[in-house]
Design a binder for this molecule. Structure first.
Ligand SMILES: [Zn+2]
Length: 155
């Protein structure tokens, strides 16, 4: 019997805890991870999907069930939700930072993601699947940055 094959972690498939902080990360497709990790790390990616640690204090970015780990220094872009992210991107496809969004709100009165994206990037193309470290659309982080701008305007 091959004990190594017993899929202990499969019981919690999709709910795999970060090996460092033990918090449950979000699932990220292999294709996304391939595009986000540094070139010299590519070989280690393999074929499986990954999990992304969302804890702001934790240094781990991607990890999988087999023990493969990429910390935040092994990837090409800063993770906006980690505490020392610099710059803090609201949109990875167009490389628009949170500060850019706030500026558009404060100085140009813009309050809409589409308008702000066009303002900074005329040829904006959604490539979140390979540009955003989560593989999901930037909408949530972008709208949060817009709200931040609006709040600072009103205060
Ligand atoms: Zn973690």
């Amino acid at each position: 019997m091959n004990n190594k094959q017993i899929p202990v972690l499969k019981i919690t498939a999709g709910l795999v805890a970060c090996p460092a902080c033990k918090k449950i990360g979000v699932t990220v497709k292999n294709v996304t991870v391939r595009h986000i990790v540094e070139k010299e790390q590519m070989e280690r990616v393999g074929k499986g999907d990954y999990h992304l640690c969302m804890d702001p204090e934790c240094d781990i970015a991607y990890y999988d069930e087999k023990g493969t780990i990429f910390d935040k220094r092994a990837i090409k872009v800063p993770l906006w939700f980690k505490k020392d992210a610099s710059p803090k991107y609201a949109c990875y496809c167009s490389r628009i930072t949170e500060n850019d969004v706030i500026k558009a709100v404060l100085e140009h009165g813009m309050q809409d993601m589409g308008t702000i994206r066009k303002f900074y990037d005329k040829d904006e193309k959604c490539q979140c699947k390979i540009k955003n470290p989560t593989g999901n659309c930037c909408t949530k982080a972008f709208n949060k940055a817009i709200r931040k701008g609006i709040e600072s305007k009103n205060s």
